[in-house]
Design a protein around this ligand. Sequence first.
Ligand SMILES: NC(=O)c1ccc[n+]([C@@H]2O[C@H](COP(=O)([O-])OP(=O)(O)OC[C@H]3O[C@@H](n4cnc5c(N)ncnc54)[C@H](O)[C@@H]3O)[C@@H](O)[C@H]2O)c1
Length: 324
Amino acid sequence: MKILLTGAGGQIGHDLIGSLSAAGHSVTSTDLAPRPPSHAHASGAAWLGLDVTDAAATEALFEKVKPDLVFHLAAILSARGEKDPKLAYDVNQTGTWNVLEACRKAGVSRLIFTSSIAVFGPPPSGPLPDPTPDDVALHPTTMYGVTKVAGELLCAYYTKKFNVDCRGVRFPGLISAAMPGGGSSDYALFMYVDAVRKGGYDAFARNDTRIPLMYMPDGVRALLELAMADRERLTRSIYNIAAFSPRADEIAASVQRAIPEAKFTYSPDPRRQSILDSWPKSLDDSAARRDWGWKPKYDLDAMTDDLVPRVRRMLELGAILSTH
Ligand SMILES: NC(=O)c1ccc[n+]([C@@H]2O[C@H](COP(=O)([O-])OP(=O)(O)OC[C@H]3O[C@@H](n4cnc5c(N)ncnc54)[C@H](O)[C@@H]3O)[C@@H](O)[C@H]2O)c1
C-alpha cells in the first residue's frame, strides 16, 4: 500500500514509520522539519518537506504521491499550543482542513486522524464521568483540544459528504523512548527519562494526578488496526482507546521497581496541572473493542520493563550523536 504521513518527524511518526516499513508498505514521510537524527532507521523511506498550513503545497504533494492511505500526525501539542494558540490553530485547524481537502481533490480514499483526550473538559454540570465514554458533551479547555474537536467533526463530515473515509482515535498520553514533544502528559515520560539520566524527577504534576496513558507500541498498533478495519464494522468515526490510568506516584513506584535509587518529587505547575485536571481520569473504550477488536497489550509495569532499557539506549545514542 502507498502510505503518506504528515508530521512524520514526531514521537508517533518515529514508531509508525518503522511498523509500516516492516510490513512492506511504500512510505512517504513528510514534515515541516528535516528528518530528525532519531529517525535514521527510516532512511529507506522517502522524506519530503511539507508544511500542512500551505494548502497549495499540500494539494500538490498529495496529487503527486497519490497515496492509498494518509496518517495525519502533524500538530502542535497541548502545552506548546497554550503558549502559542495561533500557531496551534493554524497547524491543527487549518492544517487538518488542508489535508482533508487535499485528500478529496487527489482522490485519497482513507485518512487516519489522531485525536486526543484533550477534546474532553469538565462540563458545567460537574466532573466528567469516570470512565469517560465516547459520547459526552465536549468542553475542551485548550486550543489544542478545541482544534481536535473540530478535526473530529470535520473527519465525520468529509466521510459522509465527500466519501473520504476518515477515521481516528482519541489517544491517551503516549509514552515511548523519545524526548517529550510539548504535551501535558510529558511528566509521565520525564519520570523515565530523568530517572535514567539524572537519578530522579521533580514532576510538574501533583502526585495524585491520574490521566489515561498508553505505551507507544499499543498506540501504533491501534492506528494500524483501525486503518485496516472494514468500514462496515465501524459504527463511528472517532474512537476512545484506553490502556491504563495510573496516578503519578504509581508511575514513580513502577519506575523504582527498575531503578530503585530514583527519587521523585512533585511541584505542580498551575497552568499544566489545570489542563491535566480537565482531562478524563480514565476512558471507556468499549466501542473500539467491539467494532474493531481493540485490546491493549501493555499495562504499567509491562511498559516499565520494556521502556527503561530503551530509554537508556536512546540517551546513550543521543550522547554519541551530540559528540560527533
Ligand atoms: N504523543 C501523544 O501523547 C499524543 C496524544 C494524543 C494525540 N496525539 C496526536 O498524535 C499526533 C502525533 O503526535 P506526536 O506525539 O508524534 O507529536 P510531535 O509533536 O512529536 O510531532 C508532531 C510533528 O508535527 C510536525 N509539524 C508541526 N507543524 C507542522 C506543520 N505546519 N506542517 C507539517 N508538520 C508540522 C512537527 O515538526 C513534528 O514532527 C498529533 O496529531 C497529536 O495531536 C499525540
